[in-house]
Design a protein around this ligand. Structure first.
Ligand code: SF4
Ligand SMILES: [Zn+2]
Ligand SMILES: [Zn+2]
Length: 332
């Protein structure tokens, strides 16, 4: 195999483009795809302060690396989930990367800040561990971005993540979630703008980029991943991709071009959560409700007698990349 750009020996094959690249050219090709995503969706500009949610894995560190390289004002945010040694190693990887690149890293610890860790949430809550983890991450990222006065939150979701989520939502015809599965969610009413600049790049391409750039990332998976339904959709997409290269890209990028406009909805009306002040459609946001349940205590607020029953609208207001069964599948 020869590099499509320079005809040198190729090390990365991108089957959906029927192309291969050498180790010198591939990082540039990868970066170009990120630039294209940022440009097309007008994700952020040179003057914006970008908060990059970094987990210590390949995707988020690759994203941070590219944004720093392109000269963006990109600060990392690591959220400590309290998942034993896995979290310790993930934290170390983000600290090491920040040190090496001379970049700023902010650290928020879920237990210190909100009173619970993810293994506890998995045991005590009615939702699956991954559902409450996803909810906690979205809430904590938004809170940190508001707190630090950032213009935008960038996450490392790649093409495989987005195709798997779209497949899950399509199989259940969760039209609200399908409508919101955009690489850019504009900021509004207490929600900071959110972007996914890696959405055009596959997991394999991100891994190749991280390897070629010498990024020291955590390879092991989260030990709590077993119940994650998105993993099953990823496996299904991979099985199709193996025999029909390009299916993932056609499915997700085709959705962005032709499908998303069909699902567009009027925006829901948001108001402040009576407990924490974050935007929600009901009295309490999904995070406060989940947290109250995990901590086994009532929501604080004037005149509140009991934790409200399951309120799907509330959860919807915070769920922008969604594994719906995990969030709504079990009732309290
Ligand atoms: S696998 Fe589940 S519990 Fe682990 S980090 Fe991901 S969402 Fe959280
Ligand atoms: Zn080359
Ligand atoms: Zn709240």
């Amino acid at each position: 195999m020869r590099c499509k750009r320079c005809r040198g020996p190729a090390v990365v094959e991108v089957r959906r483009h029927n192309a291969a690249f050498c180790k010198e050219c591939f990082p540039g090709v990868f970066t170009e795809q990120v630039r294209k995503a940022i440009r097309r969706f007008e994700m952020f500009g040179r003057d914006d302060r970008v908060l990059v949610a970094v987990s210590g894995g390949k995707d988020s560190l690759a994203l941070w690396d590219v944004l720093l390289d392109l000269g963006y004002d990109a600060t990392g945010l690591y959220l400590g989930l309290g998942i034993g040694e896995y979290s310790d190693r993930s934290h170390d990887a983000t600290e090491a990367f920040a040190r090496e690149r001379g970049a700023e890293l902010r650290v928020v610890d879920l237990a210190d800040e909100y009173g619970y860790d993810i293994p506890t949430a998995g045991r005590e809550g009615s939702r699956s561990t991954c559902a409450v983890c996803g909810l906690s991450k979205r809430y904590a990222f938004n809170a940190a971005a508001l707190d630090g006065d950032f213009d935008v939150i960038a996450t490392g979701h790649n093409l495989d993540d987005e195709a798997a989520t779209l497949l899950g939502n399509t199989l259940r015809w969760n039209t609200d979630f399908i409508a919101r599965q955009s690489p850019l969610l504009p900021g509004r009413d207490g929600f900071v703008k959110k972007v996914k600049p890696l959405h055009r790049l596959s997991e394999l391409e991100t891994a190749a980029f991280a390897f070629l750039r010498g990024i020291d990332y955590v390879v092991e998976e989260c030990p709590l991943v077993a119940g994650n339904t998105q993993l099953r959709y990823k496996e299904a997409m991979n099985a199709i991709e193996a025999t029909s290269p390009g299916t993932k890209a056609q499915f997700f990028l085709g959705y962005l071009d032709r499908g998303m406009p069909l699902f567009a909805q009027d925006d829901v009306v948001l108001r402040p959560c009576e407990s924490c002040g974050h935007p929600t459609t009901g009295r309490f946001c999904a995070f406060c409700r989940a947290r109250a349940q995990v901590l086994d205590r009532r929501l604080e607020g004037p005149g509140i007698e009991e934790v409200p029953d399951e309120d799907r609208d509330v959860a919807r207001s915070l769920s922008d990349e969604v594994m719906p069964v995990e969030i709504y599948g079990r009732t309290t």
